[in-house]
Design a protein around this ligand. Structure first.
Ligand SMILES: [Zn+2]
Length: 240
């Protein structure tokens, strides 16, 4: 009961923090010490500006000082993180497992959002994911093999793609991401993870293809986002 309340209450705040990570980590800015400020007028935000969802709704998505619109992705992340907290509770299990599910889903959300927004997978997040996965691994040896296989496969794929197309298709961030995701799935379920991600990326590409900015062979796709979504699905499905 206590964990349920904790996860549900924490979700929106985690979403706010993910918004800070997405805006700052890829630029190398500090995420803990720097106070939040309006990106337009620079006014420091106070506690009443930082209540997830509510502040955005009360100020109608604008800065209270200069009226500049606040990026809506901050609101979406707060709602998404709250929803993932709810999913963790609904997925059930012992209190410690509910908390673990929530942490995993939030970490995957942070990685997915960074890749989607900036085409970057910050080292601190890929390392945190690998750390959590290895700490909970029922079989550490199998997890390490899975992580190594995932990294090796993506490193090879990156090399082959760069050779064939003459440009970088997969970033090193994707390779590092596969350390944690490969450790999560193990070698046996690695193909499921990648296939799920490929289908999600294809679905995303089809949606984008219908949008005004047409997709070309050179449009970058955030494959890390698809990998994270696929991993979240496998986790919630209970197979990893
Ligand atoms: Zn402002």
């Amino acid at each position: 009961m206590a964990v349920t309340f904790f996860v549900l209450a924490l979700g929106p705040f985690v979403g706010s923090f993910v918004g800070v990570l997405v805006d700052r980590l890829p630029l190398g800015r500090d995420v803990v010490v720097d106070p939040s400020a309006c990106g337009s007028c620079g006014t420091r935000l106070r506690w009443r500006d930082l209540i997830p969802v509510l502040s955005f709704a009360l100020a109608r998505g604008r800065c209270r000082h200069c009226g500049a619109p606040i990026a809506p992705h901050l609101l979406y992340l707060e709602i998404l993180a709250a929803g993932l907290g709810l999913l963790a509770v609904l997925a059930g299990g012992a209190p410690a497992y509910v908390l673990l599910t929530a942490v995993m889903l939030w970490l995957l959300l942070a990685l997915a959002a960074c890749d989607l927004a900036m085409f970057r997978l910050p080292d601190v997040l890929t390392a945190a994911l690998a750390g959590v996965v290895l700490l909970r691994a029922p079989d550490l040896g199998a997890a390490l093999w899975g992580g190594a296989a995932g990294m090796a496969a993506f490193f090879a794929l990156r090399h082959v793609y760069a050779r064939a197309r003459g440009r970088e298709g997969l970033g090193l961030g994707d390779v590092k991401l596969m350390a944690g995701l490969g450790a999560l799935t193990g070698v046996a379920l690695l193909p499921h993870l990648v296939l799920g991600a490929a289908l999600l990326a294809l679905a995303g590409a089809l949606v984008m293809h219908r949008s005004p900015q047409r997709l070309s062979g050179r449009t970058p796709l955030p494959f890390g986002t698809a990998l994270c979504a696929s991993a979240a699905g496998l986790w919630l499905w209970g197979v990893v």
